[in-house]
Design a protein around this ligand. Sequence first.
Ligand SMILES: [Zn+2]
Ligand SMILES: [Zn+2]
Length: 407
Amino acid sequence: MTSPLSRAVVRAVDPGLLALYRDLHAHPELSGREGGTASCLAEALAAAGCAVHRGIGGHGLAGVLENAGGPTLLVRADMDALPILEETGLPYASHATGIDPSGNEVPVMHACGHDLHMAALVGLARTMRSLRDRWRGRIVLVGQPSEERVSGAAAMVRDGLYDRVGRPDWAMAFHVAPEHPEGRVLFTEGVASAGAESVDVVVRGVGGHAAHPDQTCDPVLLAAQTVVALQGLVSRELDPQEFGVLTVASVHGGTKHNAIPDEVRLGINIRFFDDAVRDRLLSGIGRVAVGQARSAGVPPDLDPVVSLIDESALPLRNDPGLVCRVREAVLAVLGHDRVGGLGPSSGSEDFGAFAEVDPPVPLCYFRVGTGSGRLHSPTFAPDPGSVLTAAVTALGAAALDLLRPPD
Ligand SMILES: [Zn+2]
Ligand SMILES: [Zn+2]
């Protein structure tokens, strides 16, 4: 590969960029606490020629590369890490700890590849600066906080990101994908990742002595029946052609073997591609929870309490025309062996919030394979060199095509 882009990427993904990656990896921070990471990324973007705006929606930042007049392309990297104890044994492994939302000190690790996303963002800035004569317009390089809580993107847009840096004509982002070959770039037309909602259900009853269940209304048995009955919502009520997931991921109740408690708490998560499925599952959860309580003879004043948690994600919808254009541009540089297609994911991601203005911003969210490991695993240890080269090449090819100067 000897195109000007390929040569610029080789220069951009240099030992300095790999050192930045290792530095980011060694110093991860939890969602909402990305202050050190944001400073590091802001410095690197400024060194690559960007005018950097900070403190947008929390620790969010945006580096702007201006190059005469023309359209605006936004490229996002997420910055937060996870409360996981790293077990990679890498020389630059994290020994960091952080304070979680409950106030506990926990180990912290970049186990979702957001360190790679940030290093690629800096690699893109360097690449595009060195190719200034080949594009016109503005590139807005966004460092987004709190992706793992699916809240940072909306917070940045709400806090006036587009008033400060201009409304983008397109927005792009990528996520690493361990299950795909290293350096392979994968595109999805339409829905790329699922919407998600989390629901708390407090199953209530009347507690008492374990020896006299007849004098109680046992919420443990009722919670167990509710968990089983909820499984019918997806398997019996959804159109088999529709996508939906309902997982009861936590059950908490009781303190002792011989005391029946007054209540049991269920933590439920749903996934969907379509808002109608979301509405159907949410109303079904309420109906099943109340129906099971009635069937168990719980008095109506002790109906279960069902509440939606403030942790929802919209389905991420790629713009088919933009995906097609970007894929063609990437294909021309990387070739058919390294570009593929991918169906929608049942995972969630809040990048879709960058589209939420009127009219919506067309999105292109793609994936780059790392060839081994699992996301959110303590042993996730991708080889940064080849992944960064592929990611920066793909982002650069897309940017050069979208921001091509008029002939
Ligand atoms: Zn993640
Ligand atoms: Zn992630």
